[in-house]
Design a protein around this ligand. Structure first.
Ligand SMILES: [Zn+2]
Length: 176
């Protein structure tokens, strides 16, 4: 049984089995983590407020056959006005899709923190995934791209993006 304490950005929280919660974190030390808060432990209610999306929390995790959230303490809450909220929500959705569990990356972590703290820069965030937007072209037409897709890290221009039927996989992207 391994135990970890790490700084974690809450990307999303889903209710499972009515009383439990599945929480998607981006963590400094472990990359993407999908942890479970279990009501049977009678700690979920206590933890709930600390595990709201866009919270930066110090979390204690125990890994057995799944990852359980044992403790969480919110250190910072990112919110702002409606426009900022929408921007953070779009980015959280992108990160949830684009990141792979267990792959920590200090450069990317720093860029994500910058984005959530100061509004950041979409182009720099795409670049910290290892893809330089200024060197990329639209996967369909070769034009200058404006969209970076979470699913396969491909680029699209705005025109091709608008022309592509909106399936679920097209919902997670960074526009830069
Ligand atoms: Zn195009």
């Amino acid at each position: 049984m391994l135990e970890y304490t790490t700084l974690a950005l809450v990307l999303d929280k889903e209710v499972v089995n009515e009383a439990d919660a599945r929480v998607f974190f981006y963590t400094e030390d472990l990359g993407l983590v999908i942890g479970k808060a279990i009501s049977a432990f009678k700690i979920k209610a206590k933890l709930n407020a600390h595990l709201e999306p866009f919270n930066l929390a110090r979390v204690r995790l125990v890994c057995k056959n799944q990852i359980l959230i044992i403790d969480a303490l919110c250190e910072q809450r990112f919110k702002g006005g409606v426009a900022e909220f929408q921007k953070l929500a779009t980015m959280a959705k992108f990160l949830k899709e684009a990141l792979l569990p267990g792959q920590a990356d200090q450069g990317l972590w720093a860029e994500v923190m910058k984005f959530f703290t100061t509004g950041g820069n979409e182009k720099e965030l795409v670049a910290s995934f290892g893809f330089e937007p200024s060197l990329a072209v639209c996967a369909y037409c070769g034009d200058q791209p404006k969209i970076f897709l979470a699913r396969d890290y491909s680029f699209l221009c705005k025109r091709c993006f608008d022309l592509t039927p909106k399936e679920a996989w097209l919902n997670s992207y960074i526009q830069f």
